[in-house]
Structures are given as C-alpha cells and as structure tokens.
Write a protein that binds this ligand. Structure first.
Ligand code: NAI
Length: 290
C-alpha cells in the first residue's frame, strides 16, 4: 500500500493534488524550484482547508493532521525519498518533463510509479524517457482539484495492468471517480470540450446569436454549468487555441481553430486574466455589461 506521495510542482494543480493527498491520510512532499514558490503554496493549502472548516465541510482536527503530513523540498531527490508514488505537475513542456522523468527514473527504486498530470502530452512519449515505461501513467486531474471529484487515468502504450490498478486504488483513497483511457490527444474531456468551444466561436462569427445567448442556450438547454464563452474566458483563449492547434495537427480538420478565436487572441483578448476576452471584466474580475 502506498504511504507516501511526492508531488512535483506547487502551482495551481500541484498544490491542489498535495492537499487532497494529505487529506486522504498520505504523507506528502511537495517539490518546486524555490522556497519562494513553496511557501505561498503551503499558505494557500492552509487557507483552502480553513475555508472548508469554516463551511463545516472539514473537521478542524483533520485539516491540522493533513497539514502535519505535508512537507516541502526544493531538492528533487530529497523530495522523492521514500515515496511509493510520484505525481508530476510541473510546466506543460515535454522536454522539461522528460528531464525530470529521467532524473527520477535514475534515482528512485524500480517499483516506484511515476505519474504525470499533463493535460495534452503523450504519456507513451514521456514514459520513453525512463527504463520503467510499465510504471509510468497519466493522471489528469481537474481544476480546482479539491472540488472536482474526477480523474482521467491515462494508459500509455506500455503501462502495466498493475500500475493502473495501483493508480485507481490511490484515486479511490483520494475520493476521486476515475475512468481509464488509452493515451490519445486531448483524452476524453479536452477533446470534446474544445470542439464545443470552437463551434461556439464559429456560430458567433456566422452571426447565429450573440455570445450571451449562445452561453444561455448551453446552460439552460443543455444543462452545462457554464457557457462555452464564460468557460474559455476562464481557461484563457490563448491556452484554448494552443490545445486546438495541437489537436488539429494530430487528429485532423475538425479541430481547425475558428478564425474568430485566432482573431481574439491576436487582438490580445486572452480572457479574464487580462480583463478582456469574449467578455470584459472589471478589476475584481466581475463581468461588465455589453
Ligand atoms: P503552474 O504554472 O501553476 O505550476 C507549475 C509549477 O511547476 C510552477 O510552480 C513551476 O515553478 C513548477 N516547475 C517548473 N519546472 C519545474 C521543475 N523542473 N521541477 C519542479 N517544478 C517545476 O501550472 P499548472 O496549471 O499547475 O499545471 C501543471 C500541469 O498540470 C501542466 O502539465 C498542465 O498542463 C496540467 N494541468 C493543468 C490544469 C489547469 O487547469 N491549470 C488542468 C489539468 C492539468
């Protein structure tokens, strides 16, 4: 049974993963490039748990115990020491991830499983950087990790059945529902989601309806929690465009980015992060009318 997990990357996803792992009773070490990144990440985890306690969703003693199980390290090998399972959530760059996988493969005992939270890169290719491709697996968590109880487990070409089983049981301990899928571009969720979002841009360009009405139709008619434009403003139009370009190259014509999306990105309308995307936002992130 896995007792210690090391999470590489203390950004948006890494800190969320570390939080749910610690709450599941696992010892967790979170690694990042500097103390200056790790310190605020731990503070954010504390604040997030405090919110849960204030809302009555989490016992104060469980939060305290989880924090007690969490440690941090900047040295990768020190961080991985004693871990039975490693979850990588560093920047989405194939070469940077491969370098880390190579290093971990050289230094960790043979039975240690190395998982990646990549949102689009090939697991099979990441695994090829190691001498243990049977113990490399994808774990696609969703943002915000503590609130979304679902993970796509991605089977690379050589991932073993035992690795999948261990990963699935770890996810069960972290209270995540899972599906196991074969390594393929965009997995299930991104592949469907970017098509919906892209078609929404095509409709807006054709003048089928306003952005507000397209969002309204998908929310009320199809029961989507957010409209496609609300969602893309949150994700970032530039990020969405880069995923579409990747899927277009790998899966073909149906993923060709809508010219209107490209135009918005060229205009610097990148979404909520710059206060201008499909919609316009004030300094507090509140959407302005029009
Ligand atoms: P982020 O930019 O918030 O965090 C990445 C962290 O990795 C940074 O703190 C950075 O300092 C650190 N880092 C960079 N190189 C490193 C290295 N060599 N060793 C250790 N740490 C290193 O990124 P985010 O959003 O947390 O994404 C992380 C991964 O999760 C990416 O692969 C991304 O595609 C994936 N992902 C992101 C989702 C999202 O909604 N943000 C959803 C699902 C997956």
């Amino acid at each position: 049974m896995i007792e210690k997990v090391t999470v590489f990357g203390a950004g948006t996803m890494g800190r969320g993963i570390a939080q749910v792992a610690a709450l599941a009773g696992l010892a967790v070490t979170m690694q990042d490039l500097s103390e200056g990144i790790l310190h605020p990440a731990v503070q954010a985890i504390r604040a997030n748990m405090a919110k849960g306690v204030a809302k009555g969703k989490l016992e104060a003693c469980s939060a305290e115990a989880a924090i007690g199980r969490l440690s941090v390290a900047t040295d990768p090998l020190q961080a991985a020491e004693g871990a039975g399972f490693i979850i990588e959530a560093i920047v989405e760059n194939l070469e940077t991830k491969k370098d880390l996988f190579r290093l971990l493969d050289r230094s960790c005992p043979a039975e240690v499983i190395i998982a990646s939270n990549t949102s689009a890169l090939s697991l099979t290719e990441l695994a090829s950087a190691t001498r243990r491709p049977d113990r490399v697996v994808g774990m696609h968590f969703f943002n915000p990790v503590p609130l979304i109880h679902f993970v796509e487990i991605v089977r690379g070409l050589e991932t073993s059945a035992e690795t999948i089983e261990t990963t699935a049981s770890l996810m069960k301990r972290m209270k995540k529902e899972t599906v196991v899928i074969s390594d393929s571009p965009g997995f299930i969720t991104s592949r469907v989601n970017v098509l919906i979002g892209n078609e929404a841009f095509n409709m807006l360009q054709e003048g089928v309806a306003s952005a507000q009405d397209i969002d309204k139709a998908l929310k009320l008619g199809l029961n989507h929690p957010m409209g496609p434009f609300e969602l893309v403003d949150l994700v970032g139009l530039d990020i969405r465009l880069s995923v579409l370009r990747d899927l277009h190259a790998r899966l073909g014509e149906k993923f060709r980015p809508s010219p209107l999306l490209v135009k918005y990105v060229n205009a610097g309308r990148l979404g909520k992060k710059v206060r201008r995307g499909v919609y316009v936002y004030d300094e507090e992130g509140k959407r302005l009318p029009g």
